[in-house]
Structure formats: C-alpha cells, structure tokens
Design a protein around this ligand. Structure first.
Ligand code: NAD
Length: 526
C-alpha cells in the first residue's frame, strides 16, 4: 500500500490514512505525557462540579448528543468508513444504530440503575441499624480504545461514564483518531464543557501516559498483549482497569440447524468488518454428517460477496485497517495450507487493489493444533473443522486461551442452552452470532485471556462507580454487647449469639433475650 505523503510528518504528529486508498485523511497531535497530566488535572477539577449534576442534566446532554449524531448521520458514517475501511452500511448498522440505542438507554435508565439501594441486614435491622449502598462516581475515567469500532466502542463507554457522574479522557486508536475527535465535537455541540470530556489523540505512549496519570479507572479495549502491559502499569498505582481483549470465537453447527440460515450467519459472522471484530467467528465446528452440504453453502455465499471500497453502497466487505493486519492474515492462511488445511475460496490479497484488501477466505479441514485456530487472526478467514458428538464440539470450542463469545446453532433449544452453558465464554448465543455488543443493555466481557470486568448493561455501569456502604444506628443510646468489658458473661453471650443470632431466624434470636439483658446490665455497670 503506498501512502501519499504531501507534507513531512512532524515529530508530535499522527497521520490518519484511508486504508482502502492509502490517501491521507488528516493529521492530529500525538499528545505528550505533560499534556496528558494537564488534561487529568483539568478533568479532576471539572469532576467536582460534574459529580453534582443531576441525572436529568446529564440525560439532557446525552440526548442532545444523539440529536447531533442524527443531524450528521451521513457525514459521520462516511468518516467511519473512510478511516477504518468498513462499508458505510456497517458504519450505520454496527456502530451508529447500536450506540444511539445505548445512549438513550443509559440516559433514561442510569438514575434507576444507580439508585441508592437499601440492604436487608437481618436481625440487626430490628435493633435500629440500617444499611444502604450509594453508587458514587469515581472521578476521571480514562478510556483507551481500538480502531475496529472507532465510534461505537468509545462513545458507548463515554456515555456510561458521564451518566455515572465521572469526567472522561478518551484516547482513541492512532489509526482512527478523526472518529475519536468527532466524539468530542458531538458533545461540544451538545453543550458539554471540554474538561468534562477530553479527547487526547496519540499512540501507545499517550495511552501509557494516561494509565500513569493517576486516573481513577481505565476502561481498555484492545489486544491481549497491550491489555497485559496496561494491567502491569496500572498495578503500580493500583488504578483499577477493565480489560476488553481479543477473542478466538467458535461457532458450533449441529446437524439439525437450518443450514441455509446457519451458512448465512457464518459468512456474516466471519467477514463483517473484514473479520476484524473481537467477536468474529474465528473457528467453525460443523457436525460431520452435514459438513459437506454446509461448507458448500458457505463457499457459494462467500463467492457472492461484493468486496471493495467501503464508500460504495453495495460493498459487503471493505478493506482491512492496515498492511500489518493484512500480513497477519496472510501468515495464518499460509500456515493453514502448510499444515494440510484446504483453501476453498479466497486465500490471497485482492488483485490490483489500492489498499489493504484481503479476499474473504473459507478454509476446510482445519485442526485445533493449527496456528490460525489458536492465535487471533482478526481478518476475513473462516476455518472449518468437524465434530462427531456434542461433547466433542464443547471440548473443541473450549480448547483455547480465549473466552469472549461463542455461538451454537441447533433447532433443539434445550440442547442449544445446554451446550451454551458448558462453553467458557463471556457471551454465548444460540442461533445468533456476533452482534450482542450492539445490545447496550447486556453485559459484555470475556473469560480467560479475553479479559476481565464488564462493559455495557447494569454490570458495565457498575464498573464506573464506587459502591459506598452507609450504615446508620438510629438508637445510639445503648452500648453494643460486643464492646469492651469482656467477662465470662460476655463469652456466654457470644456463644449464645453464635447459636441463635447467627442462625438468621427471628425465632432463634428471641431465645437470646435473657442472655442479652444480663450482658447489657453488666455493661451498664462498667
Ligand atoms: P491495540 O492493543 O494495539 O491498541 C488498543 C489501544 O491501546 C490503542 O488506542 C493504542 O494506542 C493503545 N495502546 C497501545 N499501547 C499502549 C500502552 N502501552 N499503554 C496504553 N495504551 C496503549 O489493539 P488494536 O489493534 O487497536 O485493536 C484490536 C484488538 O482489540 C483485537 O485484539 C481485538 O480482539 C480487540 N478488541 C476487543 C474488543 C472487546 O470488546 N473485547 C472489542 C474490539 C477490539
């Protein structure tokens, strides 16, 4: 891919390219460590006022930001497509539509989800104590995001963090900084002050500086290697992190599934976003009895895909993000061939292309021992392996270091649920594939090397607050029986408490009354 460089690159500058054409789209600052520190200080100051805003005020800004997006729908979709290579159709369907839904959901429901919660403390409640949990905002939340969903991933987290009362610093991917800056612009137009949401463009060094800056939480989405580095750095300051990392997601097709639908799902699940989704189908296991028929359908549907510029309305599969990413795919495909798998269609870079185009590739006779079945490929490949029994399917699916999502296809829903519950992944879908990151109401996150913590849904919002327990004694007139003034009588009381009070039953607790009164009388004398 040849990049057209009209101006020399400055040291503190990052160039954004259109990966389909190799042409420059714009230049942004590679933010220095000192500027990250200043942004953090400003964000901390702004937090003092923002934390006091009501949910209604925050909702107003988020709903206004939705209107800004709707007013600039075409322009934003085009920018996403130009900077990432994905089809405009997918910029709309997989980024803008779901994030608009997420925005209205959290704008309308954050207050309800984060409402102070009374806790039933059992017998202690009967003697005047009460407990509740408040969900306090954390402070400044640092969001570090990847390039593959440059709008939906960071914007969703920005909205959740703001609704919870935090200020935010977002460091978008250096490959898609213009979409990152667009998020800032959208909120500026919605009336949000710059220090409540700050976008800092830059590469990994800017990200590392954000982790070091003292932010109150890091929400990271990206590769396993970077996630580990961030966890290590964050441990030095005990900065809490949520890690949303890579996947090697399996799709299991049983013989009783609707093969036509399952084949269309497999093709979309493997090749949407040019296969560059963390929950892309990266391994497909099909029941041996139907493998031939199913694979033929997959190949036929793959050959019908339109592969080209994302800017064209009828493009199904666009360019990949970069030459580097394409090389990983080439290496995995070469390794498949070398190890005895068969390339049924695709398998190479698109002829005469200007950018990072790799043909949608279907591979049969894949084995779990092959490199492309173990490492994340993150490109348009669909390796197919076969299985004989339900147990074997589960074992093959679980034979991986990753655990982000998985999908199971069968017309027997009881079997589908049973298999789903046996797969070690943060999300398992039955007769659905890939798309649940687009359901803002449900939790998103991985098992194993796919990361920890959650984003989206109630569990995701709870990552952005500090649960604070407030405990009150409304009758502080009597000393507690467990206070000083220990004696044989005290020990007898505690033994009786162990037997009766700790049983969690009112009837049992009542049996304690004489012993309690004896102990209180003793305490009054001390
Ligand atoms: P990446 O790890 O290379 O970069 C992600 C972000 O981290 C970028 O903004 C980058 O600048 C920043 N970064 C790099 N080094 C850093 C450091 N030392 N400290 C702090 N920040 C640093 O990932 P990528 O190539 O942008 O994204 C692709 C990966 O993301 C794939 O592995 C994919 O599976 C994963 N992903 C996961 C999810 C999910 O929700 N689990 C979603 C999308 C993508």
């Amino acid at each position: 891919m040849s990049a057209v460089l009209e101006f020399p690159v400055k040291q503190n500058e990052i160039i954004s390219y259109n990966p389909a054409t190799g042409l420059e789209l714009g230049r942004v600052e590679n933010t220095s460590e000192a500027d990250v520190k200043t942004a953090f200080e400003n964000g901390s100051k702004a937090f003092q006022a923002w934390r006091k805003t009501s949910f209604a005020e925050r909702k107003k800004i988020v709903m206004k930001a939705r209107e800004v997006i709707l007013a600039e729908l075409d322009e934003i979709a085009r920018l996403i497509s130009d900077e990432s290579g994905k089809p405009i159709a997918e910029a709309l369907s997989a980024e803008i539509v779901p994030v608009l839904d997420l925005m209205q959901y959290f704008a309308r429901n954050a207050a309800k989800i984060l409402k102070p919660e009374k806790i039933n403390i059992g017998q202690l409640g009967l003697i005047g104590r009460s407990s509740k949990i408040l969900y306090q905002p954390l402070g400044v939340v640092g969001i570090i995001s990847p390039w593959n969903f440059p709008l939906a991933i960071p914007l969703g987290e920005v909205v959740m963090a703001l609704m919870a009362g935090n200020t935010v610093i977002l460091k978008p991917s250096e490959l898609t900084p213009l979409v990152g800056l667009k998020i800032g612009e959208i909120f500026e137009k919605a009336g949000l002050s710059e220090n409540v949401l700050r976008i800092l463009t830059g590469d990994g060094r800017t990200g590392a500086a954000l982790v070091d800056a003292g932010v109150n939480k890091i929400m990271f989405t990206g590769s396993v290697a970077t996630g580990k580095r961030i966890a290590e750095n964050a441990a030095k300051t005990l900065t809490p992190v949520v890690l949303e990392l890579g996947g090697k997601d399996p799709m299991i097709i049983f013989g009783d599934a609707d093969l036509e639908i399952a084949a269309s799902a497999a093709v979309w699940g493997a090749f949407t976003n040019s296969g560059q989704a963390c929950s892309s189908v990266e391994r497909l296991y099909v029941e041996e009895t139907i493998a031939e028929e199913f694979t033929a359908k997959v190949v036929e549907k793959t050959r019908r895909l339109t592969h080209g510029f994302g800017s064209e309305a009828a493009t199904d599969v666009g360019s990949m993000i970069s030459e580097n990413q394409l090389k990983t795919v080439e290496n995995h495909v070469a390794d498949f061939e070398k190890s005895g798998a068969k390339i049924l269609t695709g398998g190479k870079r698109k002829a005469d292309s200007t950018g990072a185009f790799f043909e949608p590739t279907v591979i049969s006779q894949a084995k779990n021992s092959m490199r492309g079945m173990r490492e994340e490929t993150f490109g348009p490949t669909l390796p197919i392996a076969t299985f004989k029994t339900e147990q074997e399917a589960v074992e093959l699916a679980n034979d991986t270091d990753f655990g982000l999502t998985a999908s199971v296809w069968t017309n027997d829903l009881a079997k589908g649920r049973r298999v789903a519950e046996n797969i070690l992944a943060g999300t398992v879908t039955v007769n659905e594939v890939l798309y649940t990151h687009g359901i803002g109401q449900t939790p998103w996150g991985g098992f194993k090397q796919s990361g920890y913590g959650r984003t989206h849904g109630k569990l995701g919002l709870l990552e952005l607050v500090a649960p604070q327990h407030i405990h009150v004694n409304r009758f502080p007139l009597i000393p507690n029986v467990w206070w000083f003034g220990y004696s044989q009588n005290a020990i007898d009381t505690f033994k009786a408490m162990a037997r009766h009070f700790s049983a969690g039953s009112l009837v049992q607790t009542m049996k304690l009354t004489p012993q309690m009164l004896k102990r209180l009388k003793e305490l009054r004398k001390k």
